[in-house]
Design a protein around this ligand. Sequence first.
Ligand code: HEC
Length: 159
Amino acid sequence: MTDKVLNFVEFYSQHLAVPARRNMSEPGVKRGEMLFEQSGCVSCHRPTIKTAVRADRQALSQQTIHPYTDLLLHDMGEGLADNRSEFVANGREWRTPPLWGLGYTEEVNGHTSFLHDGRARNELEAVLWHGGEAETSKQRVLKMSKQERDDLVAFLKSL
Ligand code: HEC
C-alpha cells in the first residue's frame, strides 16, 4: 500500500469507529451466537483477528478487531459460481465478507441485499445460498428449528 492509502486508513481507524453491536445481552442473540459457532460459521467468518505489529503505524498495530471474516477466498459451490475468474479467484471462489455492521445494512443502504451480486433478500437467504466448503454449515442451518433460525438471524442483526 502506498503511504497515502495508509494515512487514509490510519485517519479513519482513529476517527471513525466500527458501529457498536446492539442487543448483545438478549437471550435470543446469545443463543444465536452459540448456533453461529456450533454451525461452523466461525471457520470463515472469524470473530476475532489481531492485526500485525506495525512499528510505524501505532493505530493499526496489534489491534484486536471483530470483523467476522478470515479475509480468504473459499469455494462456495455451483450455486454462487459466476464462472468468471478474477485475479487469483476462480469462478466459484469468493472472499468471506466481514459481517460486522451487518445489522445496519437496511438503515445505511436502504436495502438488505446480500452476497456478491445482491441476490439474497435477507440474512437467511444469504446463508441458504452457501455451498461448497460451506455446505456442512448450511445443512446444519437447514436442520434447525424455526426458533433456532430466528435466533441465528437475531445474532447476525446484532452485528
Ligand atoms: C467456507 C466458508 C464459509 C462458511 C463456513 C460460512 N460462510 Fe458465510 N460467506 C462466505 C463467503 C465466501 C460469502 C460471500 C459469498 C458471495 O458473495 O457470493 C459469505 C456470505 C455470507 C453472508 C452475506 C454477507 C454479505 O455481506 O453479503 C452472510 C449473512 C453469511 N455469510 C453468514 C454465514 C452464516 C450464518 C454461516 C454459518 C451457518 C456462514 N456464513 C458460513 C463464507 C462462509
